[in-house]
Design a protein around this ligand. Structure first.
Ligand code: SAH
Ligand code: SF4
Length: 355
């Protein structure tokens, strides 16, 4: 069985020819998939039944996701969904909306997608890391998260404008399926989202960063650093292994040199752990002079027992970086009251809802 939502437009051209159909059927099929909401091959009403039969006979299906649970934040700006795939795996995916977008009529609507069920990286402060690793998502399962929100938004005449790979899992540890999903989601003949409106966040899989720089996709990259030295970083990211913070800074420089796109360093600020003035100075020293941008994420609560610093501490940390010549912003918090913020996604405790 092959889910038709994992097929790239170029592959669709070959497929229709192989099935003895004229080439224009590929575009018909893509329109039906990305502008409609088919649940089965038989729902593709625009396609002649001979072709639908041929697709089914060749083993093509539509694997549909089921929405098990939906939580909306009080201000209505954040929506978290629990989705179940055909193999019964569960993932969370989040929609974050921000005031009117550039065109003044629609809000900016960013989908935060998951790439794995759980995560093998085990960062000590992250809810996903705490649940262990279950499986890599397939490209069609990543695409399904975006399409699910796109259909929901379509009902109110809105659309997905941005995509961040900051949900459950490490995208560069599931490289091929992540890149396939991005190609589908950005292809003008498929979902057609602008490549520059996509950000991949990685804990620092260096071969993946270098490979991504060589792809013909224009995504933005964020590296989750969390510490200016290796001793502290290894405590927070136990799988940091041989990758030193200096190696990560070098990888970011190579990415910038190859792509012309600056890398953002994400830094989860944890009370009493990595938020002192001394650490801020060390971070400024590490990043100074390479045009880096730091995005501070005041720690969101998880079961790990860490907490966020007081607002005053966050601002003092930011000021030290700025004084040290490093561009630094503080992430606007979205969805923490519904456990939909960075690092709060986990599905192992949701099994009871799904049954
Ligand atoms: N695995 C990737 C992407 C998913 S995590 C990565 O680690 O980058 C997305 C972001 O949320 C990362 O920057 C991560 O460090 C951050 N994060 C994880 N747990 C968090 C928490 N409890 N509070 C704030 N940010 C957290
Ligand atoms: Fe995985 Fe990212 Fe969470 Fe670390 S922070 S455990 S890499 S999802």
């Amino acid at each position: 069985m092959i889910d038709i939502y994992r097929v790239l437009p170029e592959e669709m051209d070959d497929l229709v020819i192989k099935l003895g159909q004229p080439r224009y059927r590929a575009d018909q099929l893509l329109r039906a998939l990305y502008q409609g909401s088919p649940k089965n091959i038989s729902d593709l009403h625009q396609i002649p039944s001979s072709m639908k039969d041929a697709l089914a006979k060749a083993g093509y299906t539509i694997g549909s996701e089921t929405e098990i649970h939906r939580v909306v934040s009080e201000d209505g700006h954040t929506t978290k969904l629990l989705l179940k795939f055909d193999d019964k795996t569960l993932i969370e995916t989040v929609l974050m909306q921000y005031g009117p977008a550039q065109d003044k009529t629609h809000p900016r609507s960013t989908v935060c997608v998951s790439t794995q069920v759980g995560c093998p990286m085990g960062c000590v402060f992250c809810a996903t890391g705490q649940m262990g690793f279950e499986k890599n998502l397939k490209a069609e399962e990543i695409v399904a998260q975006v399409l699910h929100f796109a259909r929901l938004l379509r009902e109110r005449d809105e659309h997905v404008t941005n995509l961040v790979f900051m949900g459950m899992g490490e995208p560069l540890a599931n490289y091929d399926e992540t890149v396939r999903a991005i190609r589908i989601l950005t292809h003008p003949r498929a979902f057609g989202l602008g490549q520059r409106s996509i950000t991949i966040s990685t804990v620092g899989v260096i071969p993946g960063i270098d490979k991504l720089a060589d792809e013909d996709i224009q995504v933005k990259l964020a590296i989750s650093l969390h510490a200016p030295n290796n001793e502290l970083r290894k405590k927070l990211v136990p799988t940091a292994g041989p990758n030193s913070v200096e190696d990560l800074v070098m990888a970011a420089k190579r990415y910038f040199k190859k792509t012309g796109r600056r890398v953002t360093f994400e830094y989860a600020l944890i009370d009493g752990i990595n938020d002192s003035n001394k650490v801020a100075l060390e971070l400024a020293h590490l990043l100074k002079g390479n045009g880096a941008h730091v995005n501070l994420i005041p720690m969101n609560p998880t079961a790990g027992g860490f907490s966020r610093p007081a607002r005053k501490r966050v601002l003092a940390f930011q000021q030290i970086l700025r004084d040290g010549g490093v561009n630094c912003t503080v992430r606007v918090e979205k969805g923490s009251e519904i456990s939909a913020a960075c690092g709060q996604l986990r599905t192992d405790i949701m099994q009871n809802i799904a049954q």
